[in-house]
Design a protein around this ligand. Structure first.
Ligand code: SAM
Length: 244
C-alpha cells in the first residue's frame, strides 16, 4: 500500500512515522510512505500557501492552488484522498480496516483556520480523530497511519493479537497479565495459570463482556450473548443486560 501525507510541516512526521510498526511495515516493503511538502507546489517566489479569508475575520486560510496541485500530483486511480478535519466523520477501527484495503491513501493535513472550501470538495473522505481541535492535521495523520499500518498483513508478529483487540471484535478486549505472578499484593487470576485453554478463553470472553458493559455499553448492542454470558453479566453487574 502507498500512503502520501500532504503537509506544510513535513518535519512534524518522520520521527513518529519511522518508528514502531510503521517503521517495520516500511522495512518489510508493506508500505510505501511519502511525505509531501505542500509548499513545493506554490508557484510564487515566496512559496506562499495561506491568505486572509474573504469576508474578513481572524486567522489565515490555506490557499487552494498549491494544495490542489499537491493532491493532483499524489492522486492515482486507486487513491482515497482523505482530508483531516474536526468536522469529518469520526475515525474508527472500521474506517482503519477499510483504509487498510485501499491501494493508496492521500492524507491532507490542514493548518490555520483550515483549507479553502473548494479544496475540501476534492477529497473523497473527510475524517476527524476526535471532538477537539488540533492546530494541524499532522498528528491526526499519524494516528490514521499507525492504525492502518498495523492492520496490513505481515505488519505485526501475531496477527491473531490484532484480531482480538478492542473494536476488532466489536467489543473491548479482555485484561492481560504477565510475570510476576504476584505484584504489590495483587495475584494473577488462577484460571490464567491453570493451563486449561477452554477456561482461559471463557474467562477472557466474560471479562471482555464485563468491561464493555461497564465502560461502553452501547457496543454490546449488536453482540450475541449466550444464556450463560447473560447470567454472568447479571451476576457481576447486579442488573439485567438488555441488548440486540
Ligand atoms: C485549527 S484546525 C481548523 C479548525 C476549523 N476552523 C474548524 O473549526 O473546523 C487546523 C487543521 O487541523 C486539522 N485538525 C484539527 N482538528 C482535527 C481533528 N479533530 N481531526 C482531524 N484533523 C484535525 C485539520 O486539518 C484542520 O484543517
Amino acid at each position: 500500500m502507498r500512503i502520501d501525507v500532504l503537509t506544510l510541516f513535513p518535519e512534524f512526521c518522520p520521527g513518529a512515522l519511522g518508528a514502531s510498526i510503521l517503521g517495520l511495515a516500511r522495512e518489510r516493503g508493506l508500505v510505501d510512505f511519502r511525505l509531501v511538502n505542500i509548499r513545493d507546489f506554490a508557484r510564487d517566489r515566496h512559496k506562499v500557501c495561506d491568505d486572509t479569508p474573504y469576508g474578513g475575520g481572524p486567522g489565515m486560510v490555506m490557499k487552494p492552488e498549491p494544495l490542489a496541485a499537491a493532491i493532483d500530483s499524489a492522486r492515482r486511480p486507486q487513491s482515497t484522498v482523505v482530508l483531516l478535519s474536526p468536522q469529518g466523520e469520526p475515525f474508527s477501527q472500521a474506517t482503519a480496516e477499510e483504509f487498510s484495503r485501499a491501494g493508496q491513501l492521500v492524507l491532507v493535513c490542514g493548518r490555520y483556520k483550515g483549507v479553502d472550501e473548494r479544496v475540501r470538495l476534492m477529497a473523497d473522505r473527510e475524517v476527524s480523530v476526535g471532538d477537539y481541535v488540533l492546530p494541524g492535521g499532522e498528528a491526526a495523520a499519524v494516528v490514521i497511519v499507525e492504525a492502518v499500518a498495523r492492520l496490513l498483513p505481515g505488519a505485526v508478529g501475531h496477527e491473531d493479537s490484532v484480531a482480538t483487540d478492542s473494536f476488532s471484535t466489536g467489543i473491548l478486549d479482555a485484561p492481560y497479565y504477565t510475570r510476576p505472578r504476584e505484584f504489590r499484593g495483587l495475584a494473577v487470576p488462577e484460571v490464567l495459570v491453570s493451563g486449561d485453554h477452554a477456561s482461559v478463553a471463557r474467562w477472557r470472553r466474560e471479562q471482555a463482556l464485563k468491561t464493555t458493559a461497564q465502560r461502553r455499553p452501547e457496543l454490546l448492542r449488536g453482540e450475541v450473548l449466550s444464556e450463560t454470558e447473560r447470567e454472568f453479566l447479571c451476576r457481576e453487574l447486579g442488573k439485567e443486560i438488555v441488548n440486540g
